[in-house]
Design a protein around this ligand. Structure first.
Ligand code: ADP
Length: 323
């Protein structure tokens, strides 16, 4: 190993040790709010609640059985859009769907049911990370059991973003050791990138996300220069008023519906070092990094799962244990 490799591994190992001694509870702020939606709620009402509260997902509660019932995310809304495409005559039904219908919608369109994983908040954070990589869940609910009633209790939701932020904020002395560049370690995806143009329809982009199993599509111009990024959560304002016809509108129009406080696009270069990526995560609300060249032309995409995977698995001999 070169001195650079050694230092890199030392940094990664220190971060892994940190994740083993911290729990999901440690990631939560001292005080926070939690919006949980009852599965009896109409889907169209749930959309308004998410928008009004500036959130993009919420855990679900089955009050009949007093049980945690999974988590509502943008994937569910994308499923709803696919349902609309496959059964256009049933548009009337869409208005009547409740959150409890989500599993039926999944079945009707033949989507893989999302595993309803959860973790106990006092388990090591390392375990929550492994669980995320294994199931490809971007967010995992923290579920505890009330010691008196023995009922399940949703404590909060932990996301890839929050974990990486927690690592970045508490490991500055370790992340400075990560001096290899994005290119050196091959972080992210660089081939067969799914892209769209400002004039593409929202539906086309939704199909790209579904077919490629991805949560964002860079929007580029004729020269492959990055203009914006359409994210899975951007479908929420598009279908909020039940105006499914608007999905034929262009991406450009849809992006105008973004809330004012949306985080914006973060880019980096192939020669940026990992420590600078962690600096960006420490300072900003990053949900992915778009890799561009000096002309702002698209080179690649680094998702949070790419970063989490690298931090947890790189240099670990037996990766079969993780899959
Ligand atoms: P996350 O799981 O963090 O939300 P994504 O679902 O967007 O991230 O990404 C899953 C994988 O697909 C990652 O390895 C990422 O690099 C890759 N990826 C993301 N967007 C695209 C795209 N538009 N084209 C090709 N690959 C992509």
């Amino acid at each position: 190993l070169s001195p650079l490799d050694k230092e890199q591994l030392q940094g990664l190992n220190a971060i892994r040790d940190f994740l083993k001694v911290r729990t999901s509870y440690d990631v939560l702020p001292l005080s926070f709010r939690l919006i949980v939606l009852d599965t009896e709620l109409l889907i169209k009402k749930s959309l308004n609640i998410l928008i009004q509260n500036s959130i993009v997902s919420a855990p679900l509660w089955d009050s009949h059985n007093a049980r945690f019932a999974g988590i509502l995310t943008s994937t569910d809304f994308i499923n709803l859009i696919q349902y609309y495409c496959q059964f256009p005559d049933e548009i009337g039904k869409l208005e009547q769907f409740r959150l409890s219908s989500l599993r039926d919608i999944e079945k009707a369109i033949g989507a893989y049911p999302i595993e309803t994983v959860s973790v106990h908040p006092s388990r090591p954070l390392y375990e929550a990370c492994r669980r995320m990589l294994k199931t490809r869940a971007r967010r995992i609910p923290l579920v505890d059991v009330d010691s008196e009633t023995h009922k399940e209790m949703v404590v909060s939701v932990i996301t890839q973003y929050r974990i990486l932020k927690f690592i970045a904020v508490n490991n500055e002395h370790n992340t400075v050791l990560l001096k290899k560049t994005v290119r050196d370690v091959g972080l992210g995806s660089y081939t067969n990138l799914a892209t769209a143009r400002m004039g593409s329809s929202v539906l086309d982009v939704v199909h790209l996300m579904v077919n490629n199993n991805i949560s964002c599509v860079p929007i580029v111009d004729g020269e492959n220069r990055v203009l914006n990024v359409f994210e899975a959560v951007d479908v929420i304002p598009c279908i909020k008023a039940g105006a499914y016809d608007d999905l034929d509108n262009s991406v450009g129009e849809a992006l105008c519906k973004r809330p004012d406080d949306s985080p914006g696009i973060y880019t980096c270069g192939e020669h940026d070092r990992l420590d600078s990526i962690f600096d960006t995560i420490r300072k900003s609300r990053v949900h992915r990094l778009i890799v561009v060249d000096d002309d702002n032309k698209l080179k690649g995409i680094i998702s949070l799962s790419d970063i989490l995977k690298y931090v947890l698995l790189s240099g670990v001999e037996d990766t079969s244990r993780w899959s």
